[in-house]
Design a binder for this molecule. Structure first.
Ligand code: ZN
Length: 170
């Protein structure tokens, strides 16, 4: 059993107002209780269609592995207004297809919308999906169900997007 310690870090979250050459402040401390690691990182996601469910389980799992956390919680957050996040089946790709088809039926691209950008359907679809997920971390792994995957939900792509991944635990 390793000695209890407090390690709190903040890496790579490129806030637009941060100086591009100096980059984000290293070693920024975040919350957490003694003995816990609390580590936040931002990863890039590139989507390649206007509407797309992109499996980002591997991206999140890689961050977890880097953190070294064995028991804890993995928080995944999407800092956008026209993209969201969900957990669902990745064994049969038709499940993601069916989710998209259903969202398109419920929230058509055109309709009674006022938002001047013309992408109201994307905003509504993103809110239906939500912007965050929490996955248990057990024995150093994401404790997703056998058929579950984390999906980044693009609704106004293709775009260069970000996902914020926070891992807490010990
Ligand atoms: Zn908009």
């Amino acid at each position: 059993m390793r000695e209890r310690e407090t390690v709190r870090r903040w890496h790579g979250y490129g806030q637009p107002d941060w100086n591009q050459t100096s980059g984000p402040p290293e070693g920024r401390q975040t919350g957490g209780t003694d003995g816990e690691i609390m580590n936040w990182n931002q990863r890039e996601v590139r989507t390649n269609a206007r509407i797309q469910l992109l499996d980002i389980t591997g991206v999140v799992a890689a961050e977890l592995e880097k953190s070294g956390v064995q028991t804890g919680v993995c928080h995944v957050y999407v800092p956008h207004t026209t993209a969201g996040l969900t957990i669902n089946e990745n064994a049969d790709p038709d499940v993601a297809r069916d989710i998209i088809a259903t969202l398109n039926r419920l929230v058509p691209a055109t309709g009674d919308y006022r938002h001047v950008e013309g992408n109201s359907d994307a905003h509504v679809k993103a809110s239906i999906m939500g912007f965050s997920a929490i996955v248990p971390v057990i024995d150093g792994h994401l404790a997703l169900g056998t058929w579950q995957a984390l999906y980044f939900c693009e609704f106004d792509g293709p775009r260069h997007r970000h996902v914020v991944i926070g891992i807490s635990g010990e």
